[in-house]
Design a protein around this ligand. Sequence first.
Ligand code: GH3
Ligand code: MG
Ligand code: MG
Length: 701
Amino acid sequence: MKETRFSQRVFINIFFAVVLVAFLITIFFSYHQIEKVSTTNQWVKHTNLVIEKTNNILLDFMEIESRTRGFLISADTSIIENLDEKIKNILSNFNLEKDLTKDNSQQQFLLAELEPILNDRIALLKKLIGLKLNNKLKSNAALQMVSQGQNLTEKIKKIIKEIYDNEIQLLQQREESFQQNYNFTNILFNTVNIINLCLLTMIIMLFNKMLSHVLASQALEKKSELLLRGIIDGSKEYIAALDPNYTILACNKAFEIKFLELFGKMVTTGMNFKDALAHLPKEQRKAVEIWDRALKGEEFTVIEKFGSDDKTRSQFEITYSSIYNEKGKLIGAAHIVRDVGKRVEGENMLKDSNKKLEISLSQVESQAKEMIIINDMNNKMRSGASMEETLSIISLYLKKLLPFCSGAIYLMNHSRNYLEAAKEWNEPQSIEKIFSPDQCWGLRQGKSYLYVNKNESIPCKHAEKENSLSYFCVPLLALNEIIGILYLQIAQSLVMEKNEIIQLYEKNSLMIQSVASQISLAISNIRLHEALKTRSNRDLLTNLYNRSYLSDTFERDVQRAKRNKTHMAVVMMDLDLFKNINDNYGHEAGDTVLREIGKLILTQLRKSDIACRYGGEEFIIILYDALLKEVVEKIEQLRKSISALEFRFVDLVTVTASFGIAMFPENGEDPEQLIKAADDALYQSKKAGRNRVTYKGLNTE
Ligand code: GH3
Ligand code: MG
Ligand code: MG
């Protein structure tokens, strides 16, 4: 569009330039032609003047001659009155003519020829008049002079005629030239006029076209302006434009109404926007600050809250754009405002529900993860072989489930009078290793207990330290019996507010309860399992291993000793004359002796050694990684301890035992050989008088 207008303008300017040049050329040629016509005319006039002067000279000359002749005939002096004046006229005209024909050599030549003849003739006439006046004119002389005069006159007439003819010829030529020039000028003028008329017509047409175009576009502009105004005024959005001095250049009805509603002031075009807000406190004039940015040429969209009360307050989305003039200079800014309160509200609601959904999803996800971990923990706990292993599994999974906690598992002892820390993880701070059940609020209340801080809750005695960290105590219950507590301490690194701790507890409470019951079950199972195992391996009366345990483990132990190339002692022990005790004091007394001797053996042996009730009042003791000397010393010590025991039945009763030692690998390389060798040695002890220790038939005492 712009390009078309530009090329139109260039065309019009070129056209005007052509017309102007054409005008100048025609003016120049016209002027030149007029000059030419004028000059030709001047020459015609000039020639006429020369002809006139020539005629005058001839006429004056003829008059002088005629008057002179008359005077000569009549002698009337009145005839020759003023004759000198006529002669002067002739000479003056002659001189003038000479001057006028300076450029004409032919005429000059004729005039030069004429001049002496004319002078001679005038002089002759004057002479005749003088002679007549003095009456000295003699007839012969007069006749001769007249004849001479006639000759001169003829010559003069001839020359003047020649001059006259020349001038007439010149006049004809010049008149022709004038006529030609005049005709040419006429044609030129007519042509130029026609051309100019055409050009003028074209210009007028062009102007008309341009004018109608301009008028049409003005009308269109006016129409579109009105249309635009109608659209802007009809818009529900609030539209306004400001110049750099904050004067309102334009605004629509909706803007005026909203402005009045929000700021209590009526605004119209031409008002100053800043002045319109001047009555408000500074914090309610942030609209001016936003306009500041827009009037510096920034184009942006903001969402702002406006309105002083609940009724009018809403959120508005405002889009600012810059206004430039045709030279690209910033002359203001405009804004379009939309009330997006409801939309933002809806968006916020959507965001909230999305957030809630996300939270629920993440909760479901984290619950699912927890379920997987708990499930895994249960599986692992189920296959835990010992209490120690089970507690390690529990601590490992609790670290995963509750990474923000350190903790401990306390187990109730058999006599149910204290709890002892059986497992700790993540290094819990300031806790008692052993405490009585009444020192824990969780145990006292029989339900989980949350300690937030010293201002909010009472600390348990087992965790009552200065600046104690927050913790949960969860009783571990199996078959309605407290078997311990799960102590969970919130890590020091989590600096939390009271509410956050409570929230954390509430969030995890169910899961912790569930885990605690799983742990309780696992612990109680492992305890039961261990008890059962103990029962099947141990002799109920003496609490020593039984014969079946020995037969299970003996072979394995012999192989291990072989592999490790270590020594091992197999000691067979039999109480001396035990039958007598039963007989004398009853079976119960015999059992008591057996029970006490069992205890004694356990106190005297290392944990790694095995003491087994082989049958009745016979025992086998296996000492691992022991040399003969050490074995003998230890068994001697045991023998002496047994003999030192005193039982008060009816009487004060003592008991002795006999021992037989066999060494691996010296006395045998399998259990049977070794037991046989030990039994043989025992037999030797019995045979030798009892209450002694024998190795390879030798009494060791
Ligand atoms: P010796 O010195 O030769 O071994 O004499 P002894 O009396 O110990 O010999 P014997 O092997 O004949 O007797 C073993 C007795 O041990 C027989 C049995 O009454 C008694 N006895 C075995 N088992 C038990 C038990 O569980 N309780 C009680 N009270 N007595 C038992
Ligand atoms: Mg015996
Ligand atoms: Mg016996």
